[in-house]
Ligand binder design. Structure first.
Ligand SMILES: O=C(O)c1ccccc1N[C@@H]1O[C@H](COP(=O)(O)O)[C@@H](O)[C@H]1O
Length: 231
């Protein structure tokens, strides 16, 4: 089971969490969030996918932050339409092809912008309250790599509350998804139960339930969680 730790903010804390070797580290690029990221991402092992979280952001800004930070994945956490996601995906692919071509010609070892080794993964978020119409996901199936299910709440994300995972029993697709929304150490048994189901859960996404304050993750608790879910 993959693990994504989201809402990273401070260098030392990022390095400590990276030491636990999660599969994804999330950086929120959303000014209204208490976890809005503005710093420099320290060097991370290649195994950790740097993920930018965006909420209805201008496409140009998404693309420029992907390049500035060498993001491996983008998590679209707003009301991004199929057209929006398709356009971002195409633009990222074009920029990548151009970058590779330029790099071949110039044979420069160092470039102004970083680029991920692989194509940028696209994770589209849908927030769930008590029920959900999974038909809404159909048009996204061809475009996105993963869905992420979070809990609908007052804030766009990081509400720290769980939705009723029973809703997922009606998930009709094979497309793998991230399970998110208020997951904490106290949920280990319930998490283990849902992981035994036939649902294509690809990763668990944790955030505010492992914080001492917004953006600061509790390392020992994260380590315990990681160990418990990987047994
Ligand atoms: O955490 C935030 O502040 C945030 C703001 C805007 C969009 C997404 C945000 N976080 C994402 O919310 C989910 C669930 O977090 P939590 O476990 O309920 O705290 C997670 O995917 C974060 O990426």
């Amino acid at each position: 089971m993959k693990l994504k730790v989201c809402g990273m903010k401070f260098t030392e804390n990022i390095q400590q969490v990276a030491h636990l070797q999660p599969d994804y580290l999330g950086f929120i690029f959303y000014e209204k969030s208490k976890r809005n990221f503005e710093g420099i991402i320290p060097d991370l092992p290649n195994s950790i996918k740097k993920t930018g979280v965006f909420v209805n952001e201008y496409k140009e800004i998404v693309i420029s932050l992907v390049e500035e930070y060498g993001l491996d994945a983008i998590q679209l956490h707003g009301d991004e339409s199929v057209e929006y996601v398709t356009d971002v995906k195409n633009q990222l692919a074009e920029r990548r092809a151009l970058f590779i071509e330029e790099n071949k010609q110039i044979k420069k070892k160092k470039n102004q912008h970083k680029i991920s080794k692989n194509e940028v993964e696209i994770i589209k978020v849908f927030s769930i309250k008590d029920e959900f119409n999974f038909n809404l996901l159909k048009p996204y199936l061809e475009i996105v790599d993963y869905f992420l299910f979070d809990t609908k709440g007052k804030e766009r994300g990081g509400n720290g509350t769980k939705f009723d995972w029973k809703v997922l029993e009606k998930y009709p697709f094979e497309k793998p998804f991230f399970l998110s929304g208020g997951i904490g150490l106290e949920d280990v048994e319930e998490v283990k139960k849902i992981l035994k189901s036939d649902l294509p859960i690809y990763a668990l996404d944790v955030n505010s339930k492992f914080e001492s304050k917004p953006g600061v993750k509790k390392i020992e608790e994260l380590e315990k969680f990681k160990n418990k879910i990987s047994v």
